[in-house]
Design a protein around this ligand. Structure first.
Ligand SMILES: N[C@@H](CCC(=O)N[C@@H](CS)C(=O)NCC(=O)O)C(=O)O
Length: 196
């Protein structure tokens, strides 16, 4: 059974998982749904009705950090994190900062690990100002140019211009590894509210 990722190319959390799979050279297929269109089966795989979800021969997981940690434990080479314990802790902090604070700002405030989120900011025509934040601008450009993220880009931009019902077909035409079946329903439904 191949690894399956449920969730579309425009989600920064899905991008994180896809970059991890690409980095580790693992074959996968994608069911590129928008979370709000997930059907009943989607709700039973992802209780909070969020993407990404990973399904493989052993487990179903519905959180990007947990998924990446699982992939790291099961397929340790090449390693995602630096070897040094302090560097590892700092990498985890950056991931947590991106997932929580940048998620609040970018997902809920602006558009819908740091470079994954700033890629979404680029869709809204935001670019890190290299005069004001030269190190961050260089870092983001360098990370987005990595093979594991650059390989995803041909599938991202077309999604911005394609209505949701036509996205699957457009991705197949673009050569994305789209799964044969889907958890997408015909109508959108409410997600599970955050906080409160
Ligand atoms: N903590 C989750 C967050 C995932 C998340 O918020 N995904 C968004 C897409 S970018 C989603 O599914 N939103 C639908 C909703 O909130 O109902 C993770 O890291 O996977």
């Amino acid at each position: 059974m191949p690894i399956r990722v449920v969730g579309g190319y425009l989600s920064p959390y899905v991008r994180k998982v896809l970059a991890c799979l690409e980095y580790k050279g693992l074959a996968y297929e994608i069911d590129p749904i928008v979370a709000f269109y997930g059907d009943e089966r989607f709700g039973s795989l992802s209780p909070l009705r969020r993407v990404p979800v990973l399904v493989d021969d052993r487990v179903t997981l519905a959180d990007s950090t947990v998924i990446c940690e699982y992939l790291e434990d099961r397929y340790p080479t090449p390693a995602l994190h630096p070897e040094d314990v302090v560097d590892r802790a700092r990498a985890r902090w950056l991931e947590e900062y991106a997932d929580s604070r940048m998620g609040d700002v970018f997902v809920w405030g602006l558009f819908d690990a740091i470079a994954c989120f700033l890629r979404n900011a680029a869709f809204a025509r935001y670019k890190v100002d290299p005069l004001r934040w030269p190190r961050t601008a260089t870092f983001v450009d360098r990370v987005l140019a990595l093979d594991c993220l650059a390989r995803l880009q041909p599938y991202e931009a077309p999604m911005l211009r394609t209505p949701i019902p036509a996205q699957r077909e457009a991705l197949v035409a673009a050569g994305a590894p789209v799964s044969a079946d889907t958890l997408a329903g015909a109508m959108p439904r409410r997600g599970v509210p955050r906080g409160g």
